[in-house]
Design a protein around this ligand. Structure first.
Ligand code: PGA
Length: 257
């Protein structure tokens, strides 16, 4: 990493791993992950395993994230989890993941409400943005990503350590078709930091950590970490195996120097 921003490697387990499997995976990973002192490691388990995983990493520097939350702090919302329920267990909450947007109909406006609620409860939003294949082929990547960032952050005032953004091109998620590192870097730098600069000023734009996500593996991770505007990775499939997630985290540690 070419900057002073602490790199992040985050593992999004999605709807994988039953409680027992989650325990086994954390036990296999937590020692080696905790040795990578220059990297902030975040595990993002499904809700039933959240508290157990948080307890298992308690003696380490590993942080916990939630995959989703509602924007209200309590009420008649069967099946939902509020940000206030996550306080004390999590530091991070994913918001705007493309699977939530495309499969569960979350609009930019819903993302904005959730993000504001996450911040209000003292948690850190990990905001996901990215274009789909049709948008990319129409040459609309910059416009789509800039709009997603601008709408999600509309009306907020924030300090850079209270926000992490992940650029995840939808066509690269779970497909094995990762975005070329230089292309990902220019979306992170020119587009996302550009919008952040307009909203919050250059200093904040330069200090927010921006991750790449989409088919990151042990083999390609380093090429992202070497990019000037990419501060780490949001990892799906490769976070479900101890070996590959440890290798990705070690690659971030090596580049962090
Ligand atoms: P993937 O998922 O690494 O399996 O492509 C990334 C994500 O959805 O966050």
């Amino acid at each position: 990493m070419l900057t002073s921003r602490t790199p992040i490697v985050a593992g999004n387990w999605k709807m994988h791993l039953a409680w027992r499997e989650a325990i086994d995976l954390v036990r296999a990973m937590r020692g080696p992950l905790n040795q990578c002192k220059k990297v902030e490691v975040i595990l993002i388990p499904p809700f039933p395993a959240l508290v157990t995983v948080a307890e298992l990493v308690q003696p380490t520097a590993i942080r916990i994230g939630a995959q989703n939350c509602h924007w209200e702090s309590k009420g008649a919302f069967t099946g939902e989890v509020s940000p206030s329920m996550l306080v004390g267990t999590c530091r991070y909450v994913l918001v705007g993941h493309s699977e939530r947007r495309s499969l569960f109909g979350e609009s930019d406006e819903v993302v904005r409400k959730k993000l504001a609620a996450i911040l209000q409860h003292g948690l850190v939003p990990l905001l996901c943005v990215g274009e789909n294949l049709a948008q990319r082929e129409e040459g609309r990547t910059s416009e789509v990503v800039a709009t997603q960032v601008a709408v999600a952050l509309d009306g907020l005032s924030l300090s850079p350590e209270r926000l992490v953004i992940a650029y995840e091109p939808v066509w690269a998620i779970g497909t094995g078709r990762a975005c070329a590192p230089a292309a990902a870097n220019s979306v992170c730098g020119l587009v996302i930091r550009g919008v952040l600069a307009e909203l919050f000023g250059e200093q904040t734009a330069a200090a927010v950590r921006i991750l790449y996500g989409g088919s990151v593996t042990a083999a390609n991770a380093r090429s992202y970490f070497e990019q000037a505007d990419i501060d780490g990775a949001l990892v799906g499939g490769a976070s479900l195996q101890a070996d590959s997630f440890i290798a990705i985290t070690r690659a971030a540690q090596a580049v962090a120097g």
